[in-house]
Each structure stands twice: as C-alpha cells, then as structure tokens.
Design a protein around this ligand. Structure first.
Ligand code: ATP
Length: 436
C-alpha cells in the first residue's frame, strides 16, 4: 500500500506563493468537478530535493481537458487543448504555464469485478515512468491538499540518493532511460541502484540503442548537453561502454575531456555576462562530442539521430570551419580591427566554439573581449556628425565610420572628433573633393 504523508507545509515554505496559490486553485476546481488531481513527477522530486523547478505537471483521474477548461476560466487564463492525447496547457496572463494530462485509465473491466480503488489510474500512470524518484505525486483536492502519494518508494530513494527503475524490463522498454539514469545520477550526485546498474549494463551490452528512434536518442543527448556538467555524464557513458555503442570509432580521451571542460567555463562566462541573449550551448558540446570522428561517421550519426538540417549544418560548421578558424587565428597575429572583420559575420556559437577550442589563453581572451566589447562598440560619432561636417549621406559615410571604428578598436584614437576630422580630410584629399 502506498506510503502517505502530508507535505502541505513543505509546499507552502518552498514554493513561490503565487505557485502555491495556483496549486490550491487547481485543487479547488478539481474538487468542484469531482475529479482527483495531482501534481507529479520532476516538480515533486525537485521540491523535496530542494532544487528550483517550476514545470508544473498535473495528472488527473478523469478528463484533464475538462479540468483545464474550468481552471483556465477561474483564473482567466488561456487554455490549449490537445484532443488526441487528452492533454491541455493553461497559460496565465504572465506567461506561466501548467500542463494537464489524463492518467491512463482502464477501459476493460471484467463484469462483476470489484470497483477499482480510486488511485488505480494514477498508479498505472506512474508505473510507466522511468525511475522511482520521478513517481511521486501530491494530491491537490481540497482537504487532502498536500498528501504525498508514493507507490514505489520514491521518497526513500531520494533520501538514499538512489536512481532505481521500477521493473526489470524498464531499459528494454525504453533504452533512452539509460541516458536519463546517468543524467540524473550526475545532476543530483545520486548513485545508480545495484540491480538497476546490472540491468543497465545488460541493456548496453545488448546494444539496445539500435532499437530506439535516433531522434529520441538525440533529444536525450541534448538534455545531457544542457546540464551544468556534461563532462561528468559523458565520462559515465564511456565507463559503461555507451560511446562505443554509438560508434566503435568514438574516442574519449584527455584531450576531449579538456575540451569539454573549457566549453563549460566559456558557457558559464557567457551566461554570467549576457543574461539577455542566449546562445545554443548544447550544440557546442555536441560538436565537440563528434569532433574526433571521421567525416563520414559524423554524417552517419547526424542522419541516424535525425538532426534537423539547420542544426546539422551548424554542427558541421563548428567542427570543420571552427577548426580552420582556430588554426588561422592561432597561427597569425591579427590586430583588433582585423579580428573584428574576421568575426563579425560569424555566429555567436562559432566564436564561443573557437574560444573553447583554443588552448592559447590570449586568443581566448581576445575572442571573449570581441563578444563583450568590440562587437557592439558604439562610436560617439554618428552619421549626423558627418552631415554637420557638410558631407552628403552615401556609401562614403559607412566607409568613414568603419575606418573610425577600426582605429578605435586598435587603440589609435584619443578623441573621436579629432580622429574624424583627420579621416575626413584624408578622404577628401584622396577624392580631390571639396566639402559642400
Ligand atoms: P528535468 O528536470 O530534466 O526537466 P524531468 O523529470 O522533469 O526532468 P522530463 O524529461 O521533462 O524530465 O520528463 C517529465 C517526466 O516524464 C519525468 O519526471 C519522467 O517521470 C517522465 N519521463 C520522461 N521521459 C521518460 C522516459 N523515457 N521513460 C519514462 N518516463 C519518462
């Protein structure tokens, strides 16, 4: 029988009060409708562990779309129904989202069979999940609000820091869970349970990845590369022989590990420096991951993983053009303005990749400086100043401003206005023109 415990107090203390109130409201509406509603999965896991997670997944014993509609009405949110799966998303006016899904219910019932206990659909739904730590549910209905429902000892496994599957065929049913196990183990610093580890090793040995749609493997790899420390996860993949299952030619050595570590530092720097415009960080790791493979093998994997064309092209660009660019920048020495001209049409990811790829500290430093300072350098002088000097707007404007920018980048300008005058004089002399 499931282990019950009330964690209402924990919800109240650990959640932002708006989120707590929303859960209360879901519970109220559910009770009015006579439907059982639960918040489940990663949200509950992370609440107990104490990690921020506001992905609210509600599972309903009954029609989730009905509850979602009524809830949206109550809070004046928008509801989006996915009829095919009987799921719905409610979006609040501030953009906050809550997902609703219907627990899988039994369709066939033997005539005269005992009525099922009211948690049976929920239990069946939770039994399909990957690990015990993801099977916790919290009931939201009225007086029972906060009741923790734990059919599979998830709470104990969180306390013991263990990743455990729910049954022996779990990895056979879905081999992508192998990658998920390693990801969660590293993220939470949990161990993989002994029996679970045995099953995982068997699944790898049987090369069960072949049986999965490549796209799903790719999505899990992307999740890995979105984690804070992908290096430690890939190390574990190597230990279990998973890399060789992807490609026998896979190499995971000191050089690769150092590359990953440098990407991590650059990514952290980038996140701190620019909180506005984000880059596609996972793609940097993915390119580094594939880099040492022969080109035909890179192509095969991108195809097997059904990587969309635009992403595949970016990955290949990072690998091959990134390599050329790194070699070129390491070999010759460029002035700031030359570097600016080389980089200005490159994607953010390319500059980050080259900065991570190089072991030359001083080049890395200049590349990051390019992103932080030079790229968006605004001159004090604008086209208006040129007009005031009596110049007619045209291609010459751009030329003068670019030249000026180069000189500023190269540290050759004390005062932009003086520099402008010099520049204009020079150009006019060359063109043998007189100001209007
Ligand atoms: P994260 O914090 O990385 O978002 P999450 O647990 O919320 O972790 P999701 O990938 O969003 O991860 O999955 C949501 C829920 O769906 C999980 O809690 C898990 O129980 C379940 N789930 C996801 N993928 C699988 C799978 N391959 N097999 C079984 N259950 C899965």
């Amino acid at each position: 029988s499931p282990h019950f415990k009330n964690i209402r107090q924990m919800l109240k203390e650990r959640l932002p009060s708006e989120v707590y109130e929303l859960l209360r409201k879901v519970g109220e509406v559910a009770t009015e409708k006579g439907i059982n509603a639960y918040v489940i999965g990663g949200f509950v896991r992370d609440l107990i562990i104490g990690r921020k997670n506001l992905d609210v997944d509600i599972v309903v014993e009954g029609d989730a779309t009905e509850l979602a509609r009524a809830f949206a009405k109550k809070i004046m949110g928008k509801v989006h129904i996915f009829d095919k799966f009987k799921t719905a998303t409610v979006t609040l006016s501030d953009g906050f989202k809550i997902d609703f899904a219907s627990a899988r219910t039994e369709i066939y019932r033997a005539p005269g069979a005992l009525p099922e206990v009211d948690t049976a659909p929920l239990k069946k739904d939770l039994f399909r999940r990957d690990f015990t730590i993801n099977t916790l549910a919290v009931k939201l209905n009225g007086r029972e609000f906060g009741k923790l429902i734990d059919f599979f000892n998830g709470l104990k496994d969180i306390k013991e820091k263990k990743i455990r599957v729910l049954h022996a065929l779990s990895f056979v049913e879905d081999p992508t869970r192998i990658l998920r196990a390693l990801r969660f183990a590293v993220r939470y610093r949990f161990n993989i349970g002994k029996h679970t580890e045995k099953l995982l090793k068997i699944a790898v040995r049987k090369n069960l990845f072949r049986t999965v749609e490549g796209k799903r493997v790719y999505l899990e790899l992307k999740h890995i590369f979105e984690e804070d420390n992908p290096l430690r996860i890939v190390n574990r993949m190597e230990e279990y022989g998973i890399l060789k299952a992807f490609s026998p030619r896979f190499i995971w050595n000191r050089k690769k590990r150092d590359f990953f570590e440098r990407i991590r530092k650059i990514v952290n720097w980038h996140k701190l420096t620019f909180n506005k415009h984000k880059a596609n960080y996972s793609i940097l790791y993915f390119a580094a991951f594939l880099e040492s493979l022969p080109a035909d093998e890179v192509d095969r994997l991108l195809k097997d993983f059904s990587v969309p064309d635009d992403e595949a092209n970016l990955i290949k660009n990072l690998i091959y053009r990134g390599r050329q660019l790194a070699v070129k920048l390491e070999r010759e020495s460029f002035s700031n303005s030359e570097l600016y001209e080389i980089l200005k049409r490159e994607k953010e990811e390319m500059v980050l990749y080259v900065a991570a790829r190089t072991t030359k500290e001083d080049l890395k430093h200049r590349l990051l400086e390019y992103l932080k300072e030079w790229r968006d350098l605004k001159l004090v002088i604008t086209g208006n100043d040129l007009k005031e000097m009596g110049l007619k707007p045209g291609p010459l404007f751009k030329k003068i401003l670019t030249e000026l920018k180069h000189r500023v980048l190269d540290g050759k300008v004390d005062n932009e206005y003086d520099a402008l005058e010099e520049e204009v004089k020079k150009i006019l002399k060359k063109k043998k023109l007189e100001p209007v």
